[in-house]
Design a protein around this ligand. Structure first.
Ligand code: PMP
Length: 369
């Protein structure tokens, strides 16, 4: 049995020789590598989750609400309150993490014979989910400072006429936000070329200096904004992502969603978290302050730092980023090597975790000089 390997199986050609996505889950004192929120959920919320889950458990003999109406209503209220743009139940869809939202979008609007474009380096799961759904992937350009070169991006869209355009803002792993005018111009270019769907991945938007692009949904039925409870809400373990879009988009993704994809336990837990948005978003302010401190202190240490609107910071430059990653790890701090040559990424943690990280990079700098 053990001598059979993946490539001995009749797997799809495009999966041959590939490795699964995933950051190393190493047991080290300071883990700042997956852009999680470092603060555990507050105890009153833990209690509320237990209550809601206990109630849901009484009905686990039945399938959950397939349309997650109560949860989508709650998410719509959260978006309306925080993004200054009215969003209703009919505009919102939810799934197991924004990764599943993205997968459903690509199953709906991509697929065999179709293509999607992203401007790289960016969130690498966009390309991987494209591959998993049989969607062709086009790697669009970025400038050396990691901003989107609008003219080059428009040219790529006109040339390839992709079915789906991804814009990640704030971008991961670089941290910088995309100006709203650029997103609008990309939307126009995508409509002129095809027309195609434009997916704005706002996983980190709550940490941004700027505003959500949600108001751009007005009058743009081909625009989708995707969000997650994994970052600002501090609930990565919950697996809850959602999108806001024209109601027709919400109807369309239901053509591909698995029936009852969101468990009753997930829905109950997410509803409890939504009752506590006030407390959870207080952590966001602390994390933004820590993010700004990381930027300032890294610059003071003479590192190059990409402007950050997220809960992480990209810093460099290293002649050998893999070796630098290892030397930081040797000091008990796990950061992320996203494969961007010369650069590493650190997630803003608690003040103590960030101090440990800064001590580690200070030592490394000393060794280099
Ligand atoms: N989009 C971006 C830009 C991300 O960085 C991540 C997580 N790293 C996700 C989406 C997916 O998050 P989740 O599936 O946990 O919602």
């Amino acid at each position: 049995m053990s001598d059979v390997r993946i490539d001995d199986l009749p797997v799809r050609d495009e999966l041959r020789g590939k490795s699964p996505y995933g950051a190393p889950q190493l047991d080290v004192p300071v883990r700042l590598n997956t852009n999680e929120n470092p603060y555990p959920l507050p105890e009153p919320l833990v209690e509320r989750i237990a209550e809601r889950v206990r109630e849901a458990a009484r009905h686990l003999n039945r399938y959950p609400d397939r349309d997650a109406v109560e949860l989508r209503t709650g998410l719509a209220e959260y978006l309306t309150k925080t993004a200054g743009h009215p969003v209703g139940l009919e505009n919102v869809w939810a799934a197991n993490g924004s990764n599943e939202v993205i997968q459903q979008l690509l199953q709906t609007f991509g697929g065999p014979g179709r293509t999607a474009i992203g401007f790289e380096p960016s969130y690498s799961m966009h390309a991987l989910i494209a591959r998993g759904t049989g969607t062709g992937w086009i790697s669009g350009p970025r400038r050396d400072d990691f901003s989107i070169d609008l003219a080059a991006a428009e040219e790529a869209i006109a040339e390839h006429r992709p079915d789906v355009v991804f814009v990640t803002t704030p971008n991961n792993p670089t941290g910088n936000a995309v100006p709203p005018e650029t997103v609008l111009a990309l939307y126009e270019a995508a409509q002129a070329a095809k027309p195609s769907m434009v997916v704005v991945d706002e996983a980190y938007v709550e940490f941004s200096h700027g505003d959500s692009l949600l108001p751009l949904l007005e009058g743009r039925p081909h625009l989708v904004v995707s969000r997650t409870m994994s970052k600002a809400f501090g609930a990565a373990g919950l697996r809850l992502g959602y999108l806001a879009a024209h109601p027709a988009v919400v109807d369309a993704v239901q053509l591909v969603r698995l029936p009852y994809h969101l468990s009753a336990i997930t829905q109950a837990t997410a509803l409890a978290a939504l009752e506590h948005t006030g407390t959870l978003l207080k952590y966001v302010e602390q994390l933004k302050a820590e993010r700004d401190r990381l930027v300032a202190e890294l610059r003071a240490l003479d590192y190059e730092v990409t402007e950050s609107d997220a809960n992480f910071v990209q810093f460099g430059r290293f002649a050998d980023s893999q070796a630098a990653w290892r030397r930081i790890l040797d000091r008990g701090v796990l950061v992320r090597d996203n494969g961007v040559p010369g650069w590493l990424r650190v997630t803003a943690g608690t003040p103590a975790e960030n101090d440990a990280f800064l001590d580690a990079v200070r030592e490394i700098k000393k060794e280099q000089s």
